[in-house]
Design a protein around this ligand. Structure first.
Ligand SMILES: [Zn+2]
Length: 221
């Protein structure tokens, strides 16, 4: 969806930014603007930039974890829904898959820990740092929910594949993904205009998860 700007190699990994990421930034800024008015505009823009940078670090977490298993990252792309990293040469087996999927959320949880620790050492509380810490905690925890296409869904499918056929594991995490999507839409509906982005993410999850269920239900007798 939309064009992408190629930033070239950063830390050995190609970085691409889809134009739609501006829409994500706009959602964050507009949401903030309504809350804090004009004085909060600069803070909102700063927060949006740092938040999107943390999404980039999340993807680099996957790339770094991939490197531990000799996998190469073709590129990291930032999009409206966050981002994705394309890795090649991931060794077979559930363990590399689970660790590489965990690399992203683990990065956000690490950033949250460092920021909360830093906030604790400050005498005057810094609103930006606390918000960024919470946002990273949220990114880490949300992405660990065991539903496809979230990272936690990949981890759950990898672990479950030890006990059942991989396709059945994927159907299960697919249904959990649909459930998470429905939950997001319900939550979004309850929070008025600000819930629009939540609902869109919910819809995206439901579509991706339904596709995963269909693909893995086929050919079973
Ligand atoms: Zn991820």
């Amino acid at each position: 969806m939309g064009g992408a700007v190629d930033l070239g190699k950063i830390f050995g990994v190609n970085v691409r930014i889809e134009v739609t990421v501006l829409l994500l930034a706009a959602f964050i800024v507009v949401g903030d603007f309504g809350r804090n008015g004009m004085s909060g505009l600069l803070d909102a823009v700063t927060f949006a930039i740092l938040f999107i940078f943390c999404i980039y670090l999340h993807e680099m977490g996957h790339a770094f974890a991939g490197r531990l298993f000799g996998a190469r990252t073709l590129d990291v792309t930032l999009t409206f829904f966050g981002g994705y990293a394309r890795l090649v040469g991931i060794p077979r087996g559930w363990f590399p898959n689970a660790v590489i999927s965990f690399g992203g959320p683990a990065t956000n949880l690490l950033i949250a820990t460092v920021l909360y620790w830093y906030a604790g050492t400050q005498e005057v509380p810094n609103d930006l740092i606390s918000r960024l810490a919470f946002a990273n905690l949220f990114l880490g925890v949300f992405n660990l929910l065991p539903g496809y296409p979230l990272d936690g869904g990949h981890i759950a499918a990898a672990v479950l594949s030890n006990f059942m056929p991989a396709s059945r594991a994927r159907v299960i995490t697919g249904y959990i993904g649909v459930g998470v999507g429905i939950l997001l839409i319900v939550l979004g509906l309850q929070s008025g205009m600000g819930g629009m982005f939540t609902m869109l993410v919910g819809l995206m999850l439901i579509m991706a998860a339904s596709q995963e269920i269909q693909m893995n239900s086929r050919g079973r007798f």
